[in-house]
Design a protein around this ligand. Structure first.
Ligand SMILES: [Zn+2]
Length: 241
């Protein structure tokens, strides 16, 4: 395995990647590599230690390993510390001060995990799969007996609590009541419903992976809206209003 260092001159930082990382691609990055005014790739380097040394030589204010390709266990404590310190300011890199005729490409990525099927208990209570209390996105895919498919995408700061609300919606929770009634109706008439959740998200920019804070509703909405738009473009019917 070899490593590359990306020096980002726009936001004053370096990122160490493995050569095979999609953001690195053997030093070609997202923009075809080479030495550009915005930054440059150095590599291949034989070890992570060497890559970290090279990164430090650029004397940028923020030197870290890529969150996407280098496991946390492999990063040095120094990296973890600096990582925690800059996590907040990093987000500004997505939308830097506009520069005339400069183009910004952003790579958005999330991973869905199947949580399980929904079923109706006696008394028509919906049984949800057990999920984490983490913030994230969820997708409920309802397959109708006529082979049509409906999908509902949502975001929440607590997945477990959200499913509890869908199971037992309060009298003022109009969305939860609507989703509860829709799922109950379809399950009663022979549909199956599969739940997937996503708690891992990445934003890639200028060949670096930005840490995203899912505790922020605006961040969750970004990924939610993107997923809904993708479904719409594929012709999947949605329960999102
Ligand atoms: Zn990487």
């Amino acid at each position: 395995m070899s490593f590359w260092v990306y020096e980002n001159r726009v936001v004053n930082k370096t990122r160490v990647h493995t050569a095979s990382c999609p953001y690195c691609q053997e030093g070609r990055g997202l923009h075809g590599g080479g030495d550009r005014t915005t930054g440059s790739w150095t590599g291949p380097l034989a070890s992570l230690e060497e890559a970290n040394r090279v990164a430090a030589q650029f004397a940028r204010s923020d030197n870290r390993c890529c969150l996407h390709c280098i496991p946390i266990a492999a990063r040095s404590p120094v990296h973890l510390l600096s990582h925690a310190r800059v996590a907040e300011s990093d987000f500004s890199a997505i939308n830097p001060r506009p520069v005339a005729s400069e183009e910004h490409t952003c790579l958005v990525s999330l991973r869905w995990e199947i949580a399980g099927h929904l079923s109706l208990e006696p008394g028509e209570k919906i049984q949800f799969p057990t999920v984490t209390e983490k913030p994230g996105l969820y997708s409920i895919r309802i397959s109708l007996p006529n082979d049509n498919e409906l999908r509902y995408i949502g975001e929440t700061d607590n997945l477990k609590r959200r499913f509890k609300n869908y199971r037992n919606p309060g009298p003022t929770q109009t969305t939860s009541i609507r989703i509860n009634e829709s799922i109950t109706h379809h399950l009663k008439f022979g549909a199956t419903a599969l739940v997937a959740i996503a708690t891992d998200f990445w934003l890639g920019h200028e060949a670096a992976v930005l840490d995203v804070d899912l505790r922020e509703k605006s961040v969750r909405r970004l990924f939610e809206n993107l997923t809904i738009s993708l479904d719409a473009s594929r012709g999947i019917r949605t329960l999102n209003l």
